[in-house]
Design a protein around this ligand. Structure first.
Ligand code: FE
Ligand code: FE
Ligand code: MG
Length: 165
């Protein structure tokens, strides 16, 4: 980013870049958790669940892109080593060891709820000092809220369907 763009940032930039790299690590882990989950999923309403997981995987990558661009604009260095994702992540990674769609949904909902909280924290941190990062954090948080909603709706549909049969 240009010098003026950086000058107007009124928060601790080092701390901010740390938070952004943590979020970036979360997004890559979330991407892979969705992507691999979509490959191994089994059980009722598999097709509907798989297409939602695939869509979310793509959207998590989009979030990673926004975060990298902002880190670079702020003069920071984005995490370069995938093995550092595990050190930096705030939300962790839940390997899909049980392939039942119901188990995958529970794991991914937990991830989304963590993501919502971490973008809430990020948006609170930059609210007054960095409107550009604030807008980005709110935009991503809006997607994460939609992700949680989509997955919980699928969970409800599954429950109704299985009760009927
Ligand atoms: Fe995301
Ligand atoms: Fe998400
Ligand atoms: Mg969706």
């Amino acid at each position: 980013m240009g010098t003026k763009g950086r000058e107007i940032v009124g928060v601790d930039v080092k701390k901010l870049i740390g938070m952004l790299n943590s979020a970036l690590s979360d997004e890559w882990l979330a991407y892979y958790q969705y992507w691999i989950g979509a490959k191994v999923a089994q059980g009722p309403m598999k097709d509907g669940v798989v297409s939602e997981l695939e869509q979310h995987a793509t959207e998590e990558l989009g979030h990673a892109l926004l975060l990298v661009e902002r880190i670079l604009q702020l003069g920071g260095k984005p995490v370069l080593e995938p093995k550092e994702w595990y050190d930096l992540t705030g939300c962790g990674y839940d390997a899909p060891k049980n392939f039942d769609v119901r188990k995958l949904l529970v794991q991914n909902i937990k991830g989304e709820q963590c993501a919502i909280m971490s973008y809430k924290k990020l948006s609170d941190f930059v609210k007054d000092g960095d409107p550009v990062t604030y807008n980005m954090a709110v935009q991503i948080m809006t997607d994460e809220i939609e992700h949680e909603e989509d997955l919980q709706a699928l969970q409800e549909d599954l429950k109704m369907m299985l009760k009927r049969s």
